[in-house]
Design a protein around this ligand. Structure first.
Ligand code: NOJ
Ligand code: NOJ
Ligand code: CA
Length: 702
């Protein structure tokens, strides 16, 4: 009898508990919404050697890692070990970004370098054996997923490996293989899968795209063979269970091809994808904004990274410049919360230096983790690893100490990102500022987080601080670990005066459900008919309501209080607003400018001959589909290129357009004032291929 009651209780328990458990896990593990995540960037070879049996041959291996240009033995088993022993889970990070997992060249570079970093691909359909084999990779994915950790892979579709046109014996001649069968090598390239234009001097966008980055054999992404191979390869890794992609060197590949890549990824399995478009200190580039808004992928937020370094590492800027960056980037990026922020990485000096105090690292981490964007921690920053130049900034982990202040700051704040949606979805408001002190508020609905930072050695008394908090006393959620204090707020949201300690950070928060549905995130940011899109936020209700994209009612796939999945209806391409109504007919806010594509995308090279211009004029492409700007000259594609692949008076550009579609297009001339001159004659017509790539050449109609 007792047993019957026991089993009944168990059945009832399972009945009620399972759906909640499942939805809790699903919420945390969205592959497209990283708003509540913290990414941990791992150079796989430098993290932990979990399997001595897969270490490389002696010419490319440095057992004691004294030679930082060689492999040091780190592998996927090492990452698995550090998940299993709790180092990563206790830290609170919810995603790891690992080195490109594909097979790299084995040769020693003439300068003594090796492919330990994973950026010198040889065969994208095989694993780097020094990291592990496919069964190790499966185990990494499973272990990560069981621990609610997403796996992001680095991906290098720009180039293979170091090569010299004139010397087939230089490294491995850039040779690239499709699961063992040779596709081509740099000095033997019958199928034209590489560009052969020498190395870039970085003098222009075009030069950076069509010439080699350093000595790296540059792919011709207009080759149907290469296009197909790279798209097939990424699908293989998506099928292996990866949850995100970091795309290397996006500034060095045509944006059109990358947009077609994103369409392929989002149609196969939508995962959060962000590109690396390096910006130096102080650099602002409108092409970078255009890429983040139009390519379909987010970007690593170098502007955020460089600015916080100037303020807290170098001391060359102060909080006024920081806040200016926050304000400007809010306007520059359509989705500023989807840009991937960091304070250091493997291509710049580590944040902590021999001379700096660890406190500045702690402060920077606290600001990073409460700022807009998806924060990324570079492995070892929590252990205060130092190193100014590559490869010194890629030294192996020396210890896995869970008691450092930095470790604890990350732990507390990555947890806060999960529980308070103001950090993932909110807007930023400056509440108090001078050159030393910055108090900023993040707010989403009635969820609020306030961070107060003082980077100086002085104590400041803060008066007249306004907040969005209800009346109450707020504890510093860092427990004064960074010398934070508590905050008392009165009825009107005004805080009582308080002293902000030297070199301190306080973080206060409150969460409260809002009355109406609030959209915080939509991903992916573009899609074609039939693609699944996820809308995240709060207050959507448990019962299904309705969701509109433009004027179309979307088919709902699933609906819960914080997440809705819908299918993109058949509609013409363009940018549309998304909004929803709960089953109680309460309306949400509007998410703007979701891009609907006119079907599956292919990358096409458009070439126009004999387009003569005066100095300062440029040629652009326009046409009758949204991908070509729907004849709106301000949305025309360009300025087109005319220096490398083809030379003036020929102009060319690669564009992502719908497959298997008859399109009309024309070229236009814009002078430096923006005045437009149309090509005369009839519109050009062209039917795009069903798949692959193509080149369409026409003469300018004078
Ligand atoms: C950028 C990467 O982050 C860097 O480390 C690498 O060497 C280059 N791209 C080339 O792949
Ligand atoms: C307006 C332009 O003037 C013309 O040349 C072009 O053909 C049409 N737009 C497209 O219908
Ligand atoms: Ca190993």
């Amino acid at each position: 009898m007792k047993n019957i009651w026991k089993s009944l209780a168990l059945i009832i328990f399972i009945f009620f508990a399972t759906p909640n458990l499942i939805s809790a896990v699903q919420n945390e593990m969205s592959t497209i919404n990283y708003s509540k995540d913290v990414i941990y960037q791992i150079v796989t070879d430098r993290f932990w050697d979990g399997d001595k049996n897969n270490n490389p041959p002696s010419d490319i291996y440095s057992a004691d890692c004294q030679n930082l240009h060689k492999y040091c033995g780190g592998d996927w088993q090492g990452i698995i070990d550090k998940i299993n022993d709790g180092y990563l889970t206790d830290l609170g990070v919810t995603a790891i970004w690992i080195s490109q997992p594909v097979e790299n060249i084995h040769a020693l570079h003439p300068n003594g370098y090796t492919s330990y970093h994973g950026y010198w691909a040889k065969d994208y359909k095989r694993t780097n054996p020094y990291y592990g084999d496919f069964s190790d990779f499966d185990l990494l994915i499973n272990t990560a997923h069981q621990n609610n950790i997403k796996v992001i892979m680095d991906f290098t579709p720009n180039h293979s490996s170091p090569a010299l046109e004139s010397d087939p014996n230089y490294a491995e001649n850039g040779a690239v293989f499709d699961d063992g069968s040779l596709l081509g090598s740099y000095s033997n390239d019958p199928e034209n899968i590489f560009n052969h234009n020498g190395g870039t001097d970085f003098s222009s966008y075009e030069d950076s795209i069509y010439r080699n980055l350093y000595d790296l054999a540059d792919y011709n992404l207009n080759s149907a063979k290469m296009d197909n191979y790279l798209k097939d390869s990424i699908k293989l890794w998506l099928d292996k269970g990866i949850d995100g992609i970091r795309v290397d060197a996006v500034k060095h590949m045509p944006q059109g091809w990358q947009k077609s890549l994103m369409n392929e990824i989002y149609t196969h399995k939508p995962v959060f994808t962000f590109g690396e478009w390096f910006l130096g200190k102080g650099e602002i580039d409108p092409k970078n904004h255009h890429f983040a808004n139009e390519s379909g992928m987010s970007l690593l937020d170098f502007r955020y990274g460089q600015t916080i370094r100037s303020v807290l590492k170098d001391g060359t800027s102060n909080w006024h410049q920081f806040h200016e960056m926050i304000k400007q980037t809010k306007n520059n990026y359509n989705e500023v919360n989807d840009q991937v922020t960091f304070i250091d990485n493997h291509d710049m000096a580590r944040f902590t230096s021999e001379k700096s105090s660890k406190t500045s690292t702690d402060i920077a981490l606290a600001v990073l983790l409460t700022s807009r964007g998806v924060p990324t921690i570079y492995y070892g920053t929590e252990q205060y690893l130092t190193g100014d130049k590559d490869p010194e900034n890629r030294k192996p982990m020396t210890k896995f100490d869970k008691t450092t202040k930095a470790y604890k700051v990350i732990q507390k704040l990555s947890n806060l990102r999960k529980t308070n949606p103001a950090l993932g979805y909110g807007r930023t408001k400056q509440r108090w500022i001078n050159s030393d002190v910055y108090i900023f508020e993040r707010k989403f609905g009635n969820n609020v987080v306030i961070t107060a930072v003082n980077k100086s050695d002085k104590t400041y008394t803060i008066s007249n601080l306004k907040t969005s908090f209800p009346k109450g006393k707020y504890r510093d959620i860092l427990n004064s670990n960074l010398a934070g204090v508590d905050l008392v707020v009165q009825d009107n949201g005004n805080a009582d005066n308080f002293d902000i300690e030297p070199n301190s950070v306080s973080v206060w928060e409150c969460t409260q459900k809002s009355e109406s549905p609030l959209i915080g995130h939509v991903g992916p940011m573009e899609g074609q008919y039939g693609n699944t899109v996820t809308v995240s936020g709060e207050g959507f209700g448990k019962e299904r309501g309705t969701l509109k994209i433009g004027d179309e009612k979307a088919k709902i796939i699933s609906w819960d209080d914080s997440k809705i999945k819908f299918q993109i209806p058949k509609m013409s391409g363009g940018k549309y607003d998304i909004s929803l109504k709960t089953s109680q007919k309460i309306e949400s806010n509007t998410y703007q400018d979701f891009e609907v594509l006119n079907g599956k995308q292919v990358s096409i090279q458009f070439v126009v001959n004999d387009a003569y211009t005066s100095m300062g004029d440029n040629i652009y492409l326009t046409g009758n589909i949204s991908e070509l700007g729907n004849w709106k000259t301000e949305e025309a594609i360009g300025p087109m290129f005319n220096q490398v692949q083809y030379k003036y008076p020929k102009w060319y550009y690669e564009v992502s357009v719908p497959a298997n579609k008859k399109i009309e297009f024309k070229f236009i001339k814009k002078d430096h004032t923006g005045t437009v001159i149309w090509e005369s004659g009839k519109n050009h017509t062209y039917t795009t291929p069903k798949q692959g790539t193509d080149t369409i050449k026409v003469d300018w109609q004078e």
